[in-house]
Design a protein. Structure first.
Length: 157
């Protein structure tokens, strides 16, 4: 067993106290129709007080994905990095892996071969993904089912 030193930051989501975020439920704990903005959603993945630069890059990148109908190719990614003056190391080693790990994006590789040369390539293709939302919904639905079961059993007694 590994001695606990807390949750590694690369494997954690930031959940500030529920009363410090936009109101999402009424006094009877019924969900309201308020939605979090893109910036508010990305803040759960890259909390601005702790990862301000990653947060800024994450928001810009998802906006770029949205602008391009949810898909970006290698050339478009390079253009995004250059036009926003982002460190390639930060983007490819910190921001992109985290967005992939939590399910915000899907990364695919296209194998290409230049017929005029011996060089092979594995071009990157990034797509926006529903996995992040589905993952959190499954957790939330499971918790609500547990609470509903408790409430139903105590009502019957």
């Amino acid at each position: 067993m590994i001695a606990s030193r807390g949750i590694p930051s690369k494997e954690a989501l930031w959940l500030p106290p529920y009363n410090k975020v936009k109101k999402f439920q009424d006094e009877n704990e019924r969900v309201t129709r308020n939605l979090f903005t893109l910036e508010e959603v990305i803040a759960f993945v890259f909390p601005p007080p702790y990862q301000k630069r990653y947060y800024e890059i994450g928001v810009k990148f998802i906006k770029e994905l949205i602008k391009n109908k949810g898909k970006l190719t290698s050339n478009e990614i390079v253009s995004f990095i250059n036009s926003n003056k982002i460190s390639k190391a930060t983007f490819y080693n910190r921001v992109l892996p985290r967005m992939r790990r939590v399910g915000l994006i899907k990364i695919e590789r296209e194998i290409t071969q230049n017929l005029n040369a011996t060089k092979k390539g594995r071009k990157l293709k990034i797509k926006i993904s529903r996995t992040f939302g589905n993952y959190l919904l499954k957790i939330a639905d499971s918790w609500l089912a547990i609470v509903d079961e408790i409430n139903a059993s105590s009502f019957l007694k």
